[in-house]
Design a protein around this ligand. Structure first.
Ligand code: FHN
Length: 468
């Protein structure tokens, strides 16, 4: 018996070797539809220029705020139902307490504007299944199930229209802990594999996405998330709905099929430049939904660095706030956002519509030898400055006083002048000279803004041509 198994295994190995050694026809390159590509490029134009957006995670979970029946529930605020776990019948009762009387959509949009953000993405339904808009598909929504009875998304959409802000909706297409057939709730409804998942998709998720696209428009994007059990075919059904009802609406990178842009992992900034459209969803503290005990806000300096780091690699920064159950956004997070916004008022030219670094050495090295817990190569980042570009202009954002003199990387272009951003462009010049064919900046200390100062260098031609 043993020798028979061995013989079979050997025969299989031989067959595999033969197949591996036989020249195989080259895999056909993926088909590219030029018209579809052109439409995608056009859809993405605003997104690529915008660079900085406000993410808002708001829902019933802002009431317990990280604590259930007097006990701290660790983890993300919006995951409290799952982590505790709380049975649907109990969690549902939060709706009768949800009365965010201080909610003022215009103030939220004004905050995003003051912050220098160019789009807003808000949770229309998170994994807990509660719709923050008036849905006719399920009574489990803010108008039908709360004493507040106001459609907060409609109010936000109207305020965005009034103030010229783009608005997109986060929608948890897969996980829905309120529904017997939605993914994720195993404590009330048992294993996901035994559920009639398509019944949930067709009965709730797909029609709700249709409601969002038809009653709150124009919708800048739909931010799908955690595509559990999303086969290509299921994901494509959502994509078709978006394409049909919102031809200009973008699809993020977490639907389960290719979207318009790539969504990185939460708080994950890639180590190098990437030419695709991409976005980093990120927390301002350590949670998305409000948690009373999380007051570890990132500083304005950290946020500004991350923004420039991301833009210098070609991406967008979608920075989150978690409003409280009274409808207000925690004041410390507002203060941080406004500080960055004031900086952007002076220095926004280095960000909006700017292209990535033409160099890359300043980003630091990626070591293949060291891997993080996910097995990704770790980057040793340098954090003193970042480059961004526009035709004929190189922006150098310094986060610490630069080495003196500051020598620019070798390039074929000649540089003509250098100055600080702010005020009248060119009003505050920076000494520029050439030494051994390299442009050199003699920057006086202290730099104007210790948080971050931007020097613009004008050069010949439109694009920098580095000399390697
Ligand atoms: O599970 C969610 C989480 O609650 C939050 O919404 C983030 C935002 O990117 N997305 C999922 C985790 O990646």
């Amino acid at each position: 018996m043993r020798s028979r198994v061995l013989a079979l295994a050997l025969a299989a190995l031989l067959a595999a070797t033969v197949i591996a050694q036989t020249p195989q026809p080259a895999a056909a390159p993926p088909k590219i539809d030029p018209a579809a590509e052109a439409a995608k490029t056009a859809r993405l134009a605003w997104f690529r220029d915008a660079k900085y957006g406000l993410f808002i995670h708001w829902g019933l979970y802002s009431i317990p705020a990280g604590e259930w029946k007097g006990r701290r529930s660790l983890g993300l605020g919006e995951w409290i139902m799952f982590r505790t776990p709380v049975p649907v019948k109990e969690y549902e009762q939060l709706a009768s307490q949800f009365n965010p009387v201080k909610y003022n959509a215009d103030e939220w949009v004004a905050l995003a504007k003051d912050a220098g953000m160019k789009y807003i993405v808000i949770t229309s339904k998170h994994h807990d299944g509660f719709a923050m808009f008036h849905s006719t598909v399920s009574k489990y929504n803010i108008v039908d199930a709360t004493p507040f009875k106001r459609d907060v998304l409609k109010e936000l959409a109207d305020a965005c229209k009034r103030q010229g802000m783009r608005l997109g909706f986060y929608y948890s297409q897969s996980q829905d802990w309120h529904e017997a057939n939605g993914a994720g709730n195993t404590w009330d409804f048992g294993a996901d594999e035994k559920k009639d998942y398509d019944q949930y998709l067709r009965g709730k998720a797909e029609p709700q996405v249709k409601e969002l696209l038809t009653q709150y428009g124009p919708v800048a994007l739909i931010w799908f998330d955690t595509p559990r059990m999303m086969t290509e075919e299921r994901a494509q059904r959502f994509a078709n709905i978006v394409r049909e009802l919102g031809p200009q609406t973008l699809i993020d990178g977490r639907l389960g099929t290719e979207g318009d842009y790539v969504s990185t992992g939460d708080n994950v900034i890639p180590p190098q430049v990437n030419g695709q459209a991409w976005e980093v969803p990120a927390t301002i503290n350590h949670t998305w939904g409000y948690r009373r005990d999380d007051t570890d806000w990132k500083s304005a300096g950290e946020i500004t660095f991350k923004l420039l780091d991301i833009v210098s690699k070609g991406g967008n920064y979608l920075l989150n706030v978690g409003p409280m159950s009274d409808g207000t956004i925690p004041q410390p997070s507002q203060d941080v956002l406004r500080t960055v916004g004031r900086w952007l008022k002076v220095n926004g030219d280095a960000v909006y519509g700017a292209g990535p670094t033409p160099f890359g050495d300043e980003l630091g090295e990626t070591s293949k030898a060291m891997k993080d817990v996910r097995g990704d190569a770790m980057a040793f980042r340098q954090t003193e400055w970042r480059y961004t570009t526009k035709p004929g202009k190189l922006y150098i954002t310094f986060f610490v006083e630069p080495r003196a003199p500051f020598v620019l990387p070798a390039m074929k272009n000649t540089v003509s002048r250098a100055y600080y951003l702010g005020g009248d462009q060119g009003a505050v010049p920076v000494k520029l000279r050439t030494e051994n064919g390299r442009a050199v900046l003699d920057i006086e200390r202290p730099i104007p803004d210790p948080m971050a100062s931007v020097v613009v260098v004008e050069f010949s031609g439109t694009k920098i041509e580095p000399i390697k």
